[in-house]
Design a protein around this ligand. Structure first.
Ligand code: PEP
Length: 262
């Protein structure tokens, strides 16, 4: 499906990197490098660690920066005896607008199941934020020919309780686990094939209207040198960037990929 009507979304997931001083420097440098035209062309979300959010929010508000504040994770409950956790309700109070949910590191290292991911989606939307739902296959899934089964299964469970309106406004990021932080990237054709299958599945589960509107990202070792080819695919509406988003100059070049398109 053509992506002409879906504004590209470039998201930087800092993971557990950058303390709040470093976050401020990084955002200031990025703000210096990006222009009004860049923000007109792409939406940019930044997902710092929880402890940086208040500083990032204050900076973005005070300097009227056009970055959209994001978080990396939240708990599915609004409050309660969940030591160390943060709720969607708290994030919304900090003007967080996008929340990553079901990142493969959360699924693999912290045991998040498809069912828990579904509850988190509901909570994020209840507090009027946009979820970035991550789905992806392991190398062994891929080698066993199970890529589509795994990913479409994750999408089906996550979207089971979503209205058409909720689906059309959310984001799904296809992140092959073997490509995250490894320097290996799915070929642009491969990423397009999987992402197009996700869009078709969304049309089946929800509606054609939601499938046309939902923004689908690719993630996995995206850099300034490979984003052009990835973004030239018709169903890919953006990228979720880990390692390369920590370097403001590199992340700015990623956000400005259109300037290098031939
Ligand atoms: C990620 O953290 O979601 C990610 C895709 O990481 P990287 O870009 O480093 O592969």
């Amino acid at each position: 499906m053509s992506n002409e009507t879906r504004k590209p979304l470039i998201s930087g997931n800092w993971k557990m990197n950058h303390n709040h001083f470093e976050a401020i420097q990084c955002i200031q440098k990025l703000a210096y490098l990006l222009t009004k035209d860049d923000f007109a062309a792409v939406d940019v979300t930044i997902h710092p660690p929880f402890t940086d959010l208040r500083s990032a929010q204050t900076l973005i508000d005070a300097d009227e920066l056009r970055f959209i504040l994001g978080a990396q994770h939240c708990h599915e409950a609004d409050s309660g005896a969940f030591t160390g956790e943060i709720s969607a309700q708290f994030l919304a109070k900090l003007n967080v607008r996008y929340v990553i949910v079901g990142h493969s590191e959360r699924r693999e290292l912290f045991g998040e199941t498809d069912e828990v991911v579904q509850q988190k989606l509901v909570s994020i939307q209840k507090h009027k934020m946009t979820p970035i739902l991550c789905v992806g296959e392991t190398l062994s899934d891929r080698e066993a020919g199970l890529t589509h089964d795994k990913i479409l299964g994750q999408v089906r469970t996550a979207l089971a309780k979503q209205s058409v309106e909720q689906v059309r406004s959310m984001v799904i990021a296809y992140e092959p686990i073997w490509a995250i932080g490894t320097g290996k990237t799915a070929t642009a054709d491969d990423a397009q094939r999987v992402i197009s299958a996700i869009r078709q599945e969304v049309a089946k589960i929800s509606s054609k209207m939601a499938a046309e509107a939902i923004r689908l990202q690719y993630g996995g070792s995206v850099k300034a040198s490979n984003i052009g080819e990835i973004m030239s695919q018709p169903d890919i509406d953006g990228v979720l960037v880990g390692g390369a988003s920590l370097d403001s100059a590199e992340f700015a070049r990623i956000c400005q990929y259109r300037l290098r398109a031939s």
